[in-house]
Design a protein around this ligand. Structure first.
Ligand code: ZN
Length: 265
């Protein structure tokens, strides 16, 4: 089955199913089965490439168990219960602070809605490429200034969790493709995200990069791992220069940091 395991990504082999990655909330897990096998997760079909690769993502608050079913080409079926480890997220409670929320004016609301449609259209769920099965690297070198899953609670009201990892570095620091992919969106001035690039790694795994000061890629372009896609900035709603690296698997926000080891020194 031949998927190489590294220290960061233990391999959990069954008889004929390899899973690469740590089974935990937020994880991206790459699997390999015999060609022709069919896979489903919690009863929903998972795309499998002709050579047997597939990818699955588990959300921030994924249930402690998931059911993986594999029907091999010869008809034999295997069902496994996967134990999904619970993660502790950074929760910050802030009380007594009056939180000002100003409803954006109608033209800004229209812009936000328009941009949401652009983003939704740039998240295909069934592209056949299997770039996800290759190695991933950090898109930028810097200080990790924000982690996946963290959340602030203002006066008992939870805000939207932080769905990505932030790498802080000076504006102009190169951002590279963490793995091969196809650019599905490249916009310099989104309202929230500022300079924003989406990279499709195949089978519904989409990585994205926010607050960029410069974009070096165009939609439709194939980029190789390590290729420069742009530069760090603080465009959009950002308090300092950093890149927010986020990722979705078929619409579920997953933690891209689960695909890479510690930040290189
Ligand atoms: Zn962020």
């Amino acid at each position: 089955m031949g998927v190489a395991a590294s220290a960061a990504m233990p391999s959990l082999a069954w008889a004929e199913v390899d899973l690469r990655g740590k089974l935990e909330q937020g994880a991206v897990i790459v699997g390999e089965v015999d060609p022709g096998a069919q896979v489903s997760l919690d009863g929903k079909p998972v795309m499998v490439s002709p050579d047997g690769y597939f990818v699955m993502g588990f959300g921030r608050d994924a249930d402690p168990q998931a059911r993986l079913q594999v029907t091999h080409a010869d008809g034999r079926a295997e069902t496994r219960t996967l134990a999904i480890a619970k993660r502790d997220y950074e929760i910050q409670r802030i009380d007594g602070v009056e939180r000002k929320y100003v409803t954006p004016p109608p033209e800004v609301l229209k812009r936000i809605a328009r941009e949401r449609k652009l983003k939704d259209a740039a998240r295909p769920e069934d592209t056949p490429d299997t770039y996800f099965a290759g190695k991933f690297e950090w898109p930028a070198r810097g200080v990790i200034s924000g982690v996946y899953g963290s959340q602030r609670i203002f006066n008992g009201k939870p805000r939207r969790p932080h769905y990505g990892v932030d790498v802080a570095a000076p504006s102009g620091t190169p951002i590279v493709a963490p793995a091969d992919g196809i650019v599905t969106l490249a916009r310099p001035d989104m309202f929230y995200e500022g300079g924003l690039v989406f990279l499709d790694h195949g089978h519904g795994l989409i990585g994205y990069f926010m607050h960029m000061s410069k974009l070096d890629v165009k939609p439709g372009q194939h980029v190789k791992r390590g290729q420069k896609i742009g530069e760090i900035g603080q465009t959009g709603r950002s308090t300092g220069p950093h890149v927010h690296w986020g990722m979705t698997w078929r619409g579920t926000y997953v933690d891209p940091a689960t695909l890479v080891g510690p930040m290189p020194k």
